[in-house]
Design a binder for this molecule. Structure first.
Ligand code: NAD
Ligand code: PRE
Length: 353
């Protein structure tokens, strides 16, 4: 279905990660970016080769910032061959589709959106594994042909992702809830840390890091993303503002029952998030390991964890402010945690309960 070549327009974090995943599958990849250095860097990483004038890609993947999507998709539809399919990976889907409305090549355009990323930008942060097991929204407009949709679905599969089909409007409503509002909330919480006293910040544990990580993303990119989905984001913000008022009243008025009910509602929300590959959420447990601050320590720990045969779902590293020791929290499926702990202890690692 996807035979290549695949052209990537925009060789930043997402474009270069897709290019690397396509290369991993043996596909020919052509690279384009308005910043020639990014093409050079991506080429150096093994993501493909610069596109030549006479190349005819089977699929063009547009991975540029949201404000530039409409123009770049239209140019890709103009420039590509009559059979070439064009997709984009922008975080909002109704806007780019509207921007190319009426284009004669519209039947070859199918929007999409991989639900994976990091708080970093640019080709140097890219990874072929970024999309493994992650949802990838496929959002054909009414004019898209089934054949073009299948090509874009094949791209998601080549990248190791799980395709999820929905309309552009439904997509935008969904990601307001699962991505855009969470990002904004993380930024509001993280903002309370800027300028805080260093001896207060020294008490930062994993909780505050978990809640604020995404707020480290590029403000220019996220302001484009959130503005591009303004109506769905504003609807949810209004809901949250009402609950924030209730939280304020409960805290200020010492209403423990009201507070518990707000916290229970939040807990129910965390439990509603599906597990990996869209499966039902599985209970997780963290195995906590003391890691001496020495070169190669983490590699040895991962090798020993790998030998246990227990899959690592997530990892966090924290540093003891007073000692040259790190604390590594390895998340695994709860019923395998004891197995991992006992293998690590048998290899000399100190685990903490
Ligand atoms: N960062 C994420 O977590 C994430 C996840 C999924 C989707 N997305 C979407 O993917 C797209 C790219 O995001 P990113 O995080 O890779 O950003 P990035 O800044 O890492 O990369 C963007 C690249 O596009 C290039 N570019 C800008 N304007 C261009 C133009 N007119 N023509 C050609 N190249 C151009 C830039 O030079 C840069 O290399 C965005 O639309 C974003 O909404 C981002
Ligand atoms: O993991 C992260 O760092 C992300 O923010 C990734 C994330 C998300 O919210 O899930 C961010 C924006 C994208 O449009 C898709 C994915």
């Amino acid at each position: 279905m996807l035979a290549g070549p695949v052209e990537i327009v925009g060789t930043g974090l997402i474009g270069t990660s897709i290019a690397l995943a396509c290369r991993r599958a043996g596909l020919e990849v052509l690279l384009t970016d308005s910043t020639p250095d990014h093409v050079r860097t991506a080429t150096g990483l093994g993501a493909g080769r610069p596109r030549a004038e006479d190349d005819v890609p089977q699929l063009v993947v547009v991975a540029v910032p949201p404000d530039a999507l409409g123009g770049v998709i239209a140019r890709a539809l103009d420039a590509a061959g009559p059979e070439t399919v064009v997709t984009d990976v922008g975080s909002v889907k109704a806007g780019p589709l509207a921007a190319v409305g009426g284009h004669p090549g519209l039947s070859r355009y199918v929007g999409s959106h991989p639900m994976a990323g990091t708080e970093h930008s640019g080709p140097l942060s890219a990874s072929a594994e970024l999309f493994d097991g992650r949802p990838w929204a496929i959002t054909p407009g009414p004019d898209a042909t089934p054949a073009a949709t299948r090509v874009v679905e094949a791209l998601a599969l080549v990248c190791g992702a799980v395709p999820v089909h929905l309309s552009p409007v439904e997509h935008d409503r969904a990601v307001a809830r699962t991505s855009h509002v969470p990002h904004l909330m993380a930024s509001l919480v993280a903002g309370t840390l800027a300028g805080a006293a260093p001896d207060h910040l020294a008490l930062s544990g994993t909780g505050v890091r978990d809640v604020t990580r995404v707020a480290g993303g590029d403000p220019e990119l996220y302001s484009q993303i959130i503005s591009g989905n303004a109506s769905a984001v504003a609807t949810l913000l209004t809901e949250i503002r009402e609950r924030l008022d209730l939280a304020l009243e409960a805290v200020a008025g010492g209403d423990r029952v009201g507070l518990e009910s707000l916290l229970a509602y939040g807990q129910a929300g965390t439990r509603a998030i599906p597990g990996k590959h869209g499966a039902a959420p599985q209970p997780m447990a963290a195995v906590r390991v003391a890691l001496p601050d020495q070169p190669g320590g983490l590699a040895r720990l991962f090798a020993d964890a790998g030998d246990s045969g227990v899959n690592i779902e997530d990892v966090r590293i924290d540093h003891d402010p007073g000692r040259p020791v790190g604390l590594v929290e390895i998340d695994v499926v709860a019923d395998r945690a004891e197995e991992l702990r006992s293998v690590l202890e048998s290899r000399g690692w100190a685990t903490l309960s």
